[in-house]
Design a protein around this ligand. Structure first.
Ligand SMILES: NC(=O)c1ccc[n+]([C@@H]2O[C@H](COP(=O)([O-])OP(=O)(O)OC[C@H]3O[C@@H](n4cnc5c(N)ncnc54)[C@H](OP(=O)(O)O)[C@@H]3O)[C@@H](O)[C@H]2O)c1
Length: 286
């Protein structure tokens, strides 16, 4: 049974990818800077891993032929961290890398994830590039979740819509890409329809039984909130560019890739809220 190295295995997407690979009968080597974050099983083995510590890379890649590659989020220095790792993967005998990029990355050659995409494409490895839209799970455990706890979603999205996608769908596509050896494919991954943040707030309100509203804020207001949380200026700028794309309507497109690859329609936002309403209800009680 083949073992796949999953980077970012403790994160929202990485965890879902581990689950999807197990369903496809792969074994997983799950990389994290803190291995206690990984649940050890007979088919999931944690490995200590940090892009910034090259001394850990060889052990992570030992006897590995396929890698799910995730960049640290909002990291403008991601290319200088991931590109040497891709080069090392070439040397250690990796054959296939599935790289998780982001929707619209390919429309900006300076986008850090696009720089990594190009490096991978020219690496000689078999590659698959997934470009997902914003994750639904940001509302649950990401940076938007505390806003829900506080009663209002405050992002600079204006009235524009986003075709949010669940990490479960991205993970199922990723697992199929490994199993079916979908080499050389590049695809945008989205939910089946686009929703505004106002729509999302209303659906979460309905699910958790208390009012959650959407307050459109300016980019500068978001930057101030991020600065108060100690976020690096480069990450603040990174997030601002993502929301510029949202406001321009570039994140509203939908594709049929999830259904085409997995044979199932993407998770609907209502299904996501129904499934997770308990978590938001706990927030209410806290
Ligand atoms: N969230 C979205 O809406 C969205 C949309 C499109 C694309 N993406 C992209 O999808 C990827 C995953 O996002 P996510 O929301 O799942 O992120 P997340 O939940 O914040 O998890 C990030 C992961 O990155 C790992 N990581 C951070 N710094 C690292 C380093 N120096 N070396 C090795 N691993 C490191 C963390 O692992 P440890 O801390 O355990 O080491 C963690 O598992 C990111 O590249 C993001 O840009 C996200």
């Amino acid at each position: 049974m083949e073992t796949i190295l999953v980077t970012g295995a403790s994160g929202k997407l990485g965890k879902a990818v581990v689950e999807a690979l197990l369903e496809k009968d792969f074994n997983v080597r799950a990389a994290s800077r803190k291995t206690s974050r990984i649940k050890w099983t007979d088919r999931v083995r944690p490995v200590l891993f940090d892009y910034e510590d090259p001394g850990l890379h060889r052990a992570a890649l030992d006897n590995i032929h396929a890698v799910f590659l995730i960049a640290p989020p909002l990291d403008s220095k991601a290319p200088e961290k991931l590109m040497p790792f891709i080069d090392k993967a070439v040397k250690t005998g990796v054959r296939h890398v599935v790289f998780n990029s982001v929707m619209t990355a390919d429309s900006d050659e300076k986008n850090p994830l696009r720089i990594i995409e190009r490096h991978l494409i020219h690496s000689g490895l078999d590659y698959t590039i997934l470009r997902p839209n914003f994750f639904m799970e940001n509302f649950l455990s990401g940076w938007i979740a505390p806003m829900i706890e506080a009663g209002s979603i405050r992002v600079p999205a204006g009235g524009a819509a986003t075709s949010f996608i669940s990490v479960e769908d991205i993970a199922r596509v990723a697992a199929a890409c490994f199993q079916e050896r979908r080499y050389g494919e590049e695809c945008d991954l989205t939910g089946s329809r686009a929703l505004t943040y106002g729509d999302a707030a209303r659906m979460i309100s309905d699910a958790c039984g208390r009012p959650i509203d959407y307050v459109p804020i300016t980019e500068e207001e978001m930057a101030q909130l991020d600065r108060q949380k100690g976020m690096a200026e480069s990450s603040i700028g990174y997030r601002a560019r993502l929301f510029e794309a949202v406001r321009r309507g570039h994140m509203a497109d939908t594709t049929s890739v999830v259904r085409d690859v997995t044979g199932k329609p993407p998770v609907l936002f209502e299904e996501f809220t129904r499934k997770n309403c308990y978590a938001w209800k706990i927030h209410k009680a806290a």
